[in-house]
Design a protein around this ligand. Structure first.
Ligand SMILES: [Zn+2]
Ligand SMILES: [Zn+2]
Length: 119
């Protein structure tokens, strides 16, 4: 079963997470409706995890439990600022491909706009 993690840009759709923690996106055009607490799949839309093969058997995809407040509001371990941003996977992948495991961004996923610290 999937949980709703977040809504993204219009053309990117919604971010879902499988029980196995695999992140999957679904286009808004595959959703019948969406609200802050859940989204509803259109009839005939199948949601299957490409990682574990689990199928979402309900039309409703509930918002994940509110344990993600620390994910949504991360704080900088150095200065405590909440002005932090996720280093996008794209950036990380590019860095990885270009300079391998020695990229300064490798293994780090957050960047503090306040003090510039990455972790
Ligand atoms: Zn899965
Ligand atoms: Zn900082």
């Amino acid at each position: 079963m999937f949980e709703l993690v977040d809504y993204m840009e219009e053309e990117q759709g919604a971010l879902l997470r499988c029980e196995c923690k695999r992140i999957k996106t679904i286009l808004f055009s595959d959703l019948e409706s969406r609200s802050e607490k859940y989204c509803v799949l259109k009839d005939g839309v199948e949601l299957v995890c490409s990682n574990c093969g689990r199928k979402h058997t309900d039309k409703y995809i509930p918002l994940e439990p509110q344990t993600f407040s620390h994910i949504n509001l991360p704080t900088c371990p150095t200065c405590g600022s909440t002005k932090v941003e996720k280093i996008s996977t794209g950036k990380k992948l590019v860095g990885f491909a270009a300079v391998g495991v020695f990229s300064s961004n490798f293994g780090k996923s957050m960047h503090c706009k306040q003090c510039g610290y990455k972790w």
